[in-house]
Design a protein around this ligand. Sequence first.
Ligand code: MD3
Ligand code: FE
Length: 197
Amino acid sequence: MEHFPAKFDAPAQRRLLGELRRIIAEAPLFVPTMPRSGKEMSVRMTNCGPLGWVTDKERGYRYQATHPVTGKPWPNMPRVLLDLWNEVARYPAPPEACLVNYYAASAKMGLHQDKDEADFSAPVVSVSLGDTGIFRVGGTTRKGPIRALELKSGDVVVLDGEDRLAYHGIDRILPGSSDLLAEGGRFNLTLRRVTKP
Ligand code: MD3
Ligand code: FE
């Protein structure tokens, strides 16, 4: 796992946030629900790029080409994210999905692995915007040590190799730690390769 603190400086964060506002205007944040239980997750989600990660009670976790509420194709991936991938991913094909997670003050994400992609040899590249998130990452099984890391606005993390299948989650966010978002909270963007090139 590689951490690039403040990879995006304040002006670049504001530009990326502008792109994100346009994406959300076209593809509104939706409420993801767990497979089988139908329980609502506390984060809100949307996507850009050819594919998007979605989940609901009936059909569970999957990637699909359309928004689950509007039925429209996902917005294009902004050039700045494709450029970031080309710079840090060391992977010969472009990302297919950018999952956008929004954490309000009390939202969190339990420990999980990202296993819905057909190609684990591609890294996952994460960008954080807004309030600091307390990120936890362990090993590839549920036992073993877990370390905590603060993900701040503008930080980029690249998960590659062994770490690509590590258990990870967001314990909590630190409300008021950034003034980037007028509404407060935290956005996380994850760039993913879904299919084998
Ligand atoms: C470590 N998102 O969307 S990003 C997710 O901050 C997710 O919203 C978190 O976990 C967030 O699935 C963490 C950093 C991240 C992303 C993917 C990983 C860490 C990872 C995959 C493997 C190991
Ligand atoms: Fe994840």
